[in-house]
Design a protein around this ligand. Structure first.
Ligand SMILES: NC(=O)c1ccc[n+]([C@@H]2O[C@H](COP(=O)([O-])OP(=O)(O)OC[C@H]3O[C@@H](n4cnc5c(N)ncnc54)[C@H](OP(=O)(O)O)[C@@H]3O)[C@@H](O)[C@H]2O)c1
Length: 277
């Protein structure tokens, strides 16, 4: 039986991923709210999951992610599929308890720490897959190592774009590191998906979001399908280091293709999350 860990499994794309991947699998659902986790677990069981476990963690806290990683390492021998999907936007500059800009912390540093910590469990004799939910927003992102936490010139979308560029850079760097293993790593834009993530957009952007939601956004199940295809399609068994949009491989931004930037981001991330120090 495959063990599949999904973060952000309590709503939107992550919840639909759980439902699509449920039949006959062991799902480990990660979220920050116990009641929403229990509801997601019930939906996944109704969709045919053979076993569901729920693990609570707040991605705005590195201590919470560290404790999640310890639980995962203690409880499971192997993970076949890891879907790093949890993500958020913040209307105004927000600093986590660790002192980091919240979008970068939740969307990049938390999945980075989790993935680096549970990497040794991705040992499936067939092939293990890591899927990272990035975004087309990464094309507008940049990484300023002198101001990683956007103390200057913050906007919701600039911070979001930076965090999604970090997702693609990490996916490519990790894929290169694991090239000789049976683990694949791919990043994916799920499409413009009608979920609650934009509820946190600044007030002036809300009418635009509502209009786009009505005319252009796809249902969460369709967005999730782009992730679950990457996680399960036998044709993609050996595809790694890719960035996918609309079910197709696309070239990510120039910055995302820069291996030196990817390496620098990993070194900075290691330091920020307290790995290899
Ligand atoms: N929707 C789009 O158009 C779109 C486009 C491109 C990329 N994406 C990406 O898709 C992913 C999923 O987003 P979505 O659209 O499905 O939004 P969503 O419905 O708001 O789901 C986000 C998930 O992340 C979880 N999460 C948020 N902050 C967290 C925290 N501090 N700790 C732990 N979990 C946290 C949420 O938990 P709660 O249920 O507790 O809130 C939820 O399960 C994100 O990475 C997002 O950047 C979305």
């Amino acid at each position: 039986m495959q063990t599949i860990l999904i973060t952000g499994a309590t709503s939107g794309i992550g919840l639909e991923c759980a439902i699509q991947l449920a039949p006959g699998t062991h799902l480990v659902l990660v979220g920050r709210d116990e009641a929403r986790l229990q509801a997601a677990s019930t939906r996944a069981r109704a969709a045919g999951a053979a076993r569901t476990d729920v693990l609570q963690a707040d991605f705005a806290s590195l201590a919470s992610v560290r404790s999640l990683a310890t639980t995962v390492r203690n409880r499971y021998d192997a993970i076949d599929i890891l879907i790093n999907n949890a993500g958020a936007v913040f209307a105004s500059h927000t600093t986590t308890g660790d002192g980091y800009e919240a979008t970068f912390a939740v969307n990049h540093l938390a999945p980075y720490l989790l993935t680096e910590s549970v990497k040794p469990l991705l040992v499936s004799p067939e092939s293990a897959r890591i899927v990272i939910t990035a975004s087309t927003a990464h094309y507008r992102g940049n990484i300023d190592f002198d101001d990683l936490h956007y103390l200057r010139g913050y906007s919701t979308m600039k911070a979001y774009a930076r965090s999604k560029l970090a997702n693609v850079l990490y996916a490519r760097s990790l894929a290169a590191e694991l090239e000789q293993s049976r683990v694949t790593v791919n990043a994916v834009h799920p499409g413009m998906v009608a979920t609650g993530i934009w509820n946190n957009a600044p007030w002036f952007a809300k009418p635009i979001v509502a209009a786009v939601k009505r005319v252009r956004m796809i249902p969460a199940a369709d967005g999730a399908h782009r992730l679950t295809a990457l996680a399960t399609d036998p044709a993609l068994k050996e595809t790694t280091g890719g960035y996918f949009e609309d079910g197709e491989l696309r070239l990510p931004s120039m910055e995302a293709q820069d291996p030196i930037l990817g390496q620098r981001l990993r070194e900075a991330s290691d330091q920020l999350v307290g790995l290899h120090s």
